[in-house]
Design a protein around this ligand. Structure first.
Ligand code: F6R
Length: 608
């Protein structure tokens, strides 16, 4: 969704702002704009549509060494140039870009209109530009502070003032901002992707922080006027790489990166010597672990699906009662939260509003919640305070792929660590840990020799009327994930079901035009799932079977057989999901879809 960038330094700001905006494109947006300082006024260029439209409209010699840029995903007011950010005050001496929602904007707008201000857009943001202008009396930070004290809602803002060349004022409340220190230049962004190519030394603003940013760095204060300092953090190397390389799409690159992203997630965490696992970020001693009564795993979309596998592992490996729940449902059902319960919030972006809301709900009720997050320093990671970074590296394609496998791996490591404390002996622990450590290379080998049958499956599903995905236990989570990917990327109608539920209703939909994808690793549920295959085949369905390599019976009953390396049940999702990711990618490609930026979707869903 919306993104902010800012630059102060010796170089011309506009090209750097455009580059930053291009790096934020993956988040989804519908208009973009930049503002730079030009003598005694601000110069603003905005366009509807992609950043390339904006780039074409920006004069090659656009002046200014200080500037801000924005990608907007419309909330208040339609997708028009007037509504695009940045917005100026009435004197054109202040420009402001904003992420978030100003809840009391109507009241503030009415008051400003009574004072004679003429609004030029329908946005909630424009009130901020006029308020800052109203309170400006020579000190830019003071003006921003006074304006924000009147505001209810969420914001990440960047403001420039013609009277203060070389200064950006930034402030956050509920919408992330990160400042990066370069050599004689300073960067601002709502997402570390946008600045990782320029600097890895960053400071994350906390809610109610205000930053005065100049060429030399930043000075921080709080909304209440007190001073504060924050620790400078160093972005991991993986964040600098957000290019496509030789790949035609980020999604394919990210699918193929899974051997490395999984290895990064596991590195140093599985401890073969003790048969256990170490997750320093959880900061729990064995007594804490022994006292856990229940585990809840919360997330949305793909992260929820990873949570389903995590909850299954907590229960079957660590023998702790566990459940996974969609964060947006959990947060509003007034859940019972016990003092010995433990929650995980799973999120790639760390910015999903529904998941952040669930985190707050757990905390309000006195519960413990830990993040399982990819983006370092993101809102969910900060709100949880403790947790596990999954280290997938930047995931640019809207469809989540490598983050899913890393989330699953991180949750399996947590389950192993808890299990080793509570139920598992050293030998069983070691054999689980060894198998987990072998997964990245099995994933790599399979991806390198992707079976031709994936393309046969593409042919079948793209011609189908409706596609079913079936599985049981953790394979049901994989079925859900496969169906989500196919909807998002290929826009094909499909549905995932626990295999045994078919006979309770959905089987009525089956005919020869409904391809069925069945995930059937060679585990205790295999024979039952094979019976479901027989039932749908008897009704005319053509069946694509993802099964363990060497399972000849599963291969024989399949119309299209896709073998994956053998793995024990809890680890099988890390392998069975691979063909489903590729099925979605290749189906989307065959149907001419916009793979990395599917319609109507944003990478980071920061609104409810
Ligand atoms: C699916 C997808 C979404 C996200 C969901 C949660 O490919 O990308 O379903 O998984 O919006 O996002 P995060 O993980 O960032 O909280």
């Amino acid at each position: 969704m919306c993104g902010i960038v800012g630059y102060v330094g010796e170089k011309r700001a506009a090209p750097l702002l455009l580059d930053g905006l291009r790096r934020l494109e993956y988040r989804g947006y519908d208009s973009a704009g930049v503002a730079t300082l030009d003598g005694d006024h601000v110069q603003i260029v905005r366009r509807v549509g992609f950043v390339q439209n904006l780039a074409a409209a920006i004069p090659a010699d656009m002046p200014g060494h200080t500037g801000i840029g924005h990608t907007r995903w419309a909330t208040h007011g339609g997708v028009t140039e007037q509504n695009a950010h940045p917005h100026a005050d009435s004197t054109n001496r202040i420009a402001l870009a904003h992420n978030g929602i100003i809840e009391n904007h109507a009241l503030l707008r009415a008051r400003l209109e009574d004072e004679g201000i003429v609004f030029r857009s329908e946005t909630d943001t424009e009130v901020l530009a006029h308020l800052v202008s109203k309170f400006y009396a020579g000190d830019p930070v003071d003006a921003v502070r006074k304006a924000l004290l009147l505001v209810q809602g969420t914001y990440g803002i960047a403001v420039i003032f013609a009277a203060h060349p070389g200064v950006i004022v930034a402030a956050r409340n509920g919408s992330p901002l990160v400042v990066g220190k370069g050599d004689g230049e300073t960067f601002l962004a709502s997402d570390p992707h946008a600045l990782a190519a320029y600097t890895r030394q960053v400071v994350y603003l906390e809610d109610r922080d205000i930053a005065r940013i100049d060429q030399q760095g930043w000075t921080l204060s709080r909304l209440d006027g007190s001073d504060v300092s924050r620790v400078v953090e160093v972005l991991g190397e993986e964040w600098a790489d957000d290019g496509r390389g030789d790949y035609s799409h980020h999604m394919l690159k990210e699918i193929r990166e899974q051997p490395e992203s999984l290895a990064r997630c596991l590195r140093g965490r599985v401890v073969p010597e003790s048969g256990g696992a170490r997750l320093g970020g959880l900061d729990m001693d064995p007594r804490d672990i022994a006292s856990i009564q229940r585990v809840g795993v919360l997330g949305c979309g793909t992260s929820f699906h990873a949570g389903l596998v995590g909850a299954a592992a907590m229960e079957s490996l660590a023998r702790i009662p566990a459940f996974a729940e969609i964060a947006s449902e959990f947060r509003y059902r007034n859940p019972v939260i016990g003092r010995d319960d433990m929650f995980f919030a799973v999120s790639q972006s760390g910015e999903t509003a529904d998941t952040l809301g669930a985190v707050r709900e757990v905390q309000v009720k006195g519960g413990r919640i830990f993040g399982v997050v990819n983006v370092v320093g993101s809102s969910i990671a900060r709100a949880c305070g403790k947790g596990v970074y999954v280290h997938s590296g930047p995931e640019i394609a809207v469809a989540s792929t490598k983050a899913f496998t890393s989330q699953v791996a991180a949750l399996l490591v947590a389950a192993l660590s808890f299990a080793r404390t509570r139920t598992l002996g050293p030998h069983e622990g070691k054999s689980f840990g060894d198998e987990l450590l072998a997964v990245p290379s099995a994933v790599g080998e399979w991806l390198q020799s992707e079976p031709q049958s994936v393309m046969d499956a593409v042919e079948l599903v793209t011609k189908g009327r409706f596609v079913f995905f079936l599985g049981r236990g953790v394979s049901h989570a994989v079925a859900l994930e496969g169906a989500l990917k196919l909807k998002e990327i290929a826009y094909l109608p499909c549905m995932a079901y626990p295999a045994a539920e078919m006979k309770h209703g959905p089987i009525a939909l089956i005919d020869r035009n409904t391809p069925v994808v069945v995930i059937v690793p060679d585990d205790v549920m295999r024979d039952k799932t094979l019976s479901t295959i027989a039932e749908v085949k008897a009704r005319g369905a053509r069946v694509i079977v993802v099964h363990s390599a060497g399972d000849m019976h599963a291969a024989r009953v399949a119309d299209i057989s896709i073998p994956v390396p053998r793995a024990s049940t809890l680890l099988s999702p890390l392998l069975t999901v691979l063909p489903l990711q590729l099925l979605a990618y290749r189906s989307g490609l065959a149907l001419g879809r916009d793979i990395d930026r599917p319609r109507n979707l944003a990478k980071s869903v920061t609104v409810e």
